[in-house]
Design a protein around this ligand. Sequence first.
Ligand SMILES: [Fe+2]
Ligand SMILES: [Fe+2]
Length: 300
Amino acid sequence: MEKVAMMIKARRLFKDISDLPTIPAIVSRVVALLDDQDAVPDDIADLILSDQVLAARVIRVVNSPLYRTSNPIPSVKRALLFLGFKSVREMILTSYFVEGFNQKEQPFDMKMFWVHSFSVGAISRRIASLVEYPDAEKAYLVGIIHDIGKVFLGYYCKEEYGLMLDGIRNTSHTTYEAEYEFFGTTHCEVGLCLAQRWNFPSLYSDIISHHHSSEMGSEDPFLTSIVALADFYCLSHVTSDCVAQASIPGQSEEHAWKILTQFSAVPLTASLEHFLSDLDGEFESVSHEVDLLFNTMITS
Ligand SMILES: [Fe+2]
Ligand SMILES: [Fe+2]
């Protein structure tokens, strides 16, 4: 597939759209400050408190069953100290991303879409811990947002996307292949356009763009590989009408496995198959975590 031609097609889809969901500027400022090594909790708490909606959201999520706190956490500053900067950064971006698209009507089951996205996030975090990738929370967030392009295609090209999904139901075609045939581009290129529009860090955009072609990821091949393998694992374990099943690793997954074994701080098992089957023991707790996340982010 020709990436440049696919990017041109993806940009064309964006051209006339004026009602794209936006992420508030305050969120980008808070996320940038949370990324700053010299930032102190007081400054971040002040910035969060300058937006009452954002402050209320942080308090609500930190007190949800997701974080199992023993006592209620009443203030933004306590939330920052309890969760740590990285977790707050991921929690804020995730909740705004989920909200931005959750109200949009889709030709596929949105709950299944979120279950897939949150599962890929949770499995990415597990893999990141196993191989001692330095920022497991980042792996979690990128895992959650990796398929954002699908939500765009499903909403703005609803009819065609619905027809496309009908055409591949009960076949071995993946949505990735079908999108290419139908639109001449895929959710990876469309997701990249969306991530750039929202000023996501370039690392996030790169992984969104290459999670099905990990050999082309350039910003952080280690993290691209983690997310590509987490996605493959979830595609072979969770059934959904918007994400086709996958069972045989392709070029992207083989490459990701090579990179993972090369960069892992601990020696890994001899084969990708064994590595993935070792994750099965974790899958139950991941499913529980996904349920909690789903209830916290979607239904409240
Ligand atoms: Fe994907
Ligand atoms: Fe996916």
